[in-house]
Design a binder for this molecule. Structure first.
Ligand code: PMP
Length: 425
């Protein structure tokens, strides 16, 4: 049964199989992007007839849109548990990658950044970009347990040179779904006067996250992983570094006064939102944030965990299918599982699941190359990832387990050829 507040606008459309049948599409690629919630679509269709440029227009539509945009900012802030004393900034950006690049360019003089090598590239690489203001970046090797991860962070913090330090960590891995010990890491960082930014892209669609409760200093997320469209996201957290930094982009909106010799930049959040902002994206993201109250997320997590465990138990029964895990099968996780199938490359597994069973998964290294490569069993160069979300049913899970059992035992039913870089039946 699907509850109304969770209903998605586009999800299980019928897909043709290689044998000519049509089946309901079983979407197991929520960790990449999620379909639009009906509450999000409603908020968007309300805004569409009115939207106009924000902050500058005196006309009715511009004022309504400005109000909606700022209301969206407050909603997203509430969703992320922003603090009021001192007030956290909520900056609209294009997504998590954008948010972390903005923070990398807003670091104070002489800042050391510590980042585990297990991170998604969006949180691993921005600190090393030429435009990053990090004075040094220390990558931590993969840790064999959550305790070892905290210990490695403590050691790195103790050894860090004088000056500001930022620790970047993920809240939930996009490869294994494993949940990181954010509170312990924040405590370790704060003990040494360091700050923490949390990449919550994969966590917030599954569990509530609060800056206030975790004590984290910054958090980043993407709307398209939270059942709202692409192109919108947020960086929320401590205002001081962001307020003192040069604008992320130069242009209108970020500038308060410009003459022949001088530019005065705006205060936050406009300072980092140059150009006409993505108002519809912000409204859509806010509608998703309002739908996923902490109670709704907690409830969904319980039911999703039942499905996830059914999937993991099914996979564990199949000879030759191996789940990837950094911290062991018992470690808490969100609805993501990556695995390999012995003797069949990941792209062929994914192609056969799609063409023969109507199941959409992802194959590859999931933009977390160091972590995924480390976890792959010998003989494999890539993995398959199945991620659960709104609309995932027990039938989908059983179909995936059945399909994998068949594949592992008999191989694909069809022959596949590479066309434009993809395998087609
Ligand atoms: N962090 C994590 C953990 C992710 O899974 C992703 C998306 N795969 C990102 C960051 C990047 O998000 P976006 O592509 O929306 O910027």
């Amino acid at each position: 049964r699907r509850e109304p507040e969770f209903s998605v606008v586009v999800d299980e459309s019928g897909v043709p199989l290689a044998n000519g049948e049509r089946v309901e599409h079983a979407n197991f690629d929520h960790a990449a992007s999620t379909p639009c919630l009906s509450t999000v679509a409603e908020a968007l269709s309300e805004a569409l007839p009115f939207y106009a440029s924000v902050h500058r227009g005196a006309g009715h539509h511009s004022r309504v849109t400005t109000e909606a945009y700022e209301r969206a900012r407050r909603s997203v802030g509430r969703f992320l548990g922003v603090r009021t004393e001192p007030e956290d900034a909520v900056v609209f950006v294009r997504g998590t990658t954008d948010a972390l690049n903005l923070l990398a360019r807003s670091l104070p003089e002489g800042c050391t950044v510590i980042v585990p090598e297990s991170e998604h590239h969006a949180s691993l690489l921005p600190w090393e970009h030429p435009a990053s203001r990090a004075a040094r970046v220390q990558r931590l090797p993969l840790a064999g347990s959550p305790e070892a991860a905290v210990e490695a962070v403590r050691t790195a913090l103790a050894e860090a040179p004088e000056g500001p330090v930022l620790l970047c960590v993920t809240a939930a891995s996009n490869v294994t779904g494993e949940i990181w010990p954010v509170r312990e890491l924040v405590r370790a960082a704060h003990d040494e006067g360091a700050r923490v930014v949390v990449d919550a892209a994969q966590y917030v669609p599954h569990l509530p996250f609060s800056l206030e409760e975790t004590g984290a200093d910054y958090v980043a997320l993407s709307a398209h992983k939270l059942y709202a469209p692409f192109g919108s996201g947020v960086l929320a957290g401590r205002a001081d570094w962001l307020a003192e930094a040069a604008p992320y982009l130069s242009g209108g909106g970020a500038s308060a006064h410009v003459d022949t010799h001088d530019v005065v930049w705006n205060d936050l959040p406009a300072r980092h939102e140059a150009g006409s902002p993505n108002v519809l994206g912000a409204i859509a993201l806010a509608a998703a944030c309002e739908t996923f109250t902490p109670e709704v997320l907690e409830r969904r997590h319980v039911s999703e965990t039942v499905l996830l465990e059914r999937l993991r138990a099914g996979i564990a029964e199949i000879d030759g299918v191996e789940e990837l895990t950094l911290w062991g099968p018992e470690h808490p996780r969100v609805g993501i599982v990556s695995f390999t199938v012995e003797g069949i490359p990941a792209d062929l597994v994914a192609a056969a699941l799609a063409a023969e069973h109507g199941i959409g998964v992802r194959d590859g290294l999931f933009c977390a190359h160091p972590l995924t490569r480390h976890l792959l069993p010998e003989g494999h160069t890539q993995a398959v990832r199945a991620s659960l979300g709104v609309g995932t049913t027990g039938e989908h899970v059983d179909r995936l387990v059945g399909a994998l059992a068949e594949l592992a035992e008999h191989g694909p039913r069809w022959e596949y050829v590479e066309i434009d870089g993809r395998l087609e039946a």
